[in-house]
Design a protein around this ligand. Structure first.
Ligand SMILES: Nc1nc2c(ncn2[C@@H]2O[C@H](COP(=O)(O)OP(=O)(O)OP(=O)(O)O)[C@@H](O)[C@H]2O)c(=O)[nH]1
Ligand SMILES: [Mg+2]
Length: 389
């Protein structure tokens, strides 16, 4: 109960900027296909079909741009032309195309997933135009399909940055990519997710998503809440950024040690979606340049390497049921922008991503792709080779 009052208290004290922040990652639209044109009974003329409404994915967009570009949330495609003595077959109505960001999932009003658009230029029909008038319809044009669709954007990135506020997530993004996120010494500096690209000498690219900070009670919508956690659903690796000095939202709140923040992040992710804990995770212990950092690290190292023992000693409300798999623990000082340190982190991320990708591949296709290919070619040639008598 004390914990609950403490966390609820922090809601009131949140920076006003957050309350004003308008980051849009869902959008509802009413879409309507065009009406079919009327037919012409005298000549058996056919009305043009109504236009369709499509949603198309485009690189470089966000839902904010989409809202700005649409004048209204009711999108209707054009009606088909009527059949006339001059034009027996009516022209079809023009389609309406709504450009949206990549990674959008589209649901209908009943919450049924209609499709997802992850690649640039992929498109989905969301409202079909009505048929043009013909003998079949008594020469009346039919009305187009209507529905309310919900667009839900989930970022597509290889690595998701997870951590308490102020831990150095944006400092990390700025250090490894050309992104220029806002960095400041107060909590909740980052109020919207942001992508950056880590580039390697051999042109390999790994995308990183910087997310707003999480705090305990995020599942009860405390702080920025859980809503940004959906953006790690499509990442392949979690990068926990942890402040060696721990975190304290304000002097009224309990100070959480570095180890406690790891456990609390584990717990918040579990409360959001336990499956995410199966993802490979690297822990970056940041701010190693600060006072006593080395001795704190020395003290907590054994517990970090075997988190389950430590978790057992935590109060029940902090204790997750499932413990994250930690693939690597890297103590660093991101602020020092030490090139060697940054290169090591980049290499570790790359190696772990590749290791898991290989394992996933083997699980899906078996041990050796070459053997499978040889087998397939053999079978195909057996089918085609004429039997020699
Ligand atoms: N001493 C020290 N300070 C650091 C280090 N890394 C980051 N900082 C400072 O910590 C503060 C917070 O850094 P951010 O990168 O904005 O932290 P964040 O995790 O993105 O914070 P939110 O966006 O609020 O969630 C800034 O004042 C940074 O300069 C470090 O290695 N050592
Ligand atoms: Mg930040």
């Amino acid at each position: 109960m004390v914990l609950l009052t403490q966390v609820l208290d922090c809601v009131k004290k949140l920076p006003r900027k957050y309350l004003r922040a308008r980051f849009i990652d869902t959008l509802r639209l009413n879409v309507r296909g065009g009406t079919g044109g009327a037919g012409l009974p005298r000549y058996g003329g056919l009305g043009g079909a109504g236009g369709n409404v499509y949603v198309i994915a485009k690189d470089g967009l966000n839902l904010g741009n989409v809202v700005k570009s649409l004048k209204t949330k009711r999108i209707k495609a054009d009606s088909g032309s009527d059949s006339s003595a001059k034009g027996i077959i009516g022209a079809p109505g023009q389609d309406k195309i709504i450009s949206v960001p990549r990674g959008v999932m589209i649901y209908n009003q009943n919450g049924v997933l209609l499709g997802e658009l992850n690649e640039d230029n992929t498109k989905l029909l969301v409202a079909k135009g009505g048929m043009g008038g013909s003998e079949q319809t008594g020469y009346c044009g039919l009305k187009g399909e209507t529905q309310t669709i919900k667009l839900d954007v989930k970022l597509i990135a290889d690595v998701g940055l997870v951590g308490f506020p102020n831990a150095g997530k944006s400092t990390f993004l700025a250090a490894v990519s050309r992104a220029k996120p806002k960095i400041a010494s107060y909590p909740f500096t980052t109020i919207r997710p942001r992508l950056g690209i880590m580039k390697y000498e051999d042109d390999r690219q790994i995308t990183v998503a910087d997310l707003p900070g999480l705090i305990e009670g995020a599942h009860m919508n405390i702080g920025m809440g859980h809503k940004f956690l959906k953006h790690i659903e499509r990442t392949k690796l979690l990068l926990f950024i942890i402040d060696i000095q721990g975190f304290q939202l304000s002097f009224k709140h309990t100070r959480r040690s570095c180890l406690e923040t790891v456990v609390l992040l584990n717990k918040e992710i579990e409360l959001y979606k336990p499956d995410l804990l199966k993802m490979p995770t690297i822990i970056i212990i940041n701010k190693m340049d600060t006072e006593n950092a080395d001795s704190i690290l020395k003290e907590i190292k054994p517990a970090l390497h075997d988190l389950s023992d430590y978790v057992a000693t935590c109060p029940e409300e902090m204790r997750p049921e499932q413990i994250i798999q930690i693939d690597d623990i890297l103590p660093v000082s991101l602020i020092s922008k030490n090139k060697k340190e940054i290169e090591t982190i980049k290499e570790r991320i790359r190696n772990i991503l590749d290791k898991y990708e290989e394992q996933r591949h083997i699980a899906q296709y078996g041990d050796s792709l070459d053997l499978q290919l040889i087998d397939r070619i053999k079978r195909q040639s057996e089918q085609r080779t004429p039997t020699i008598i």
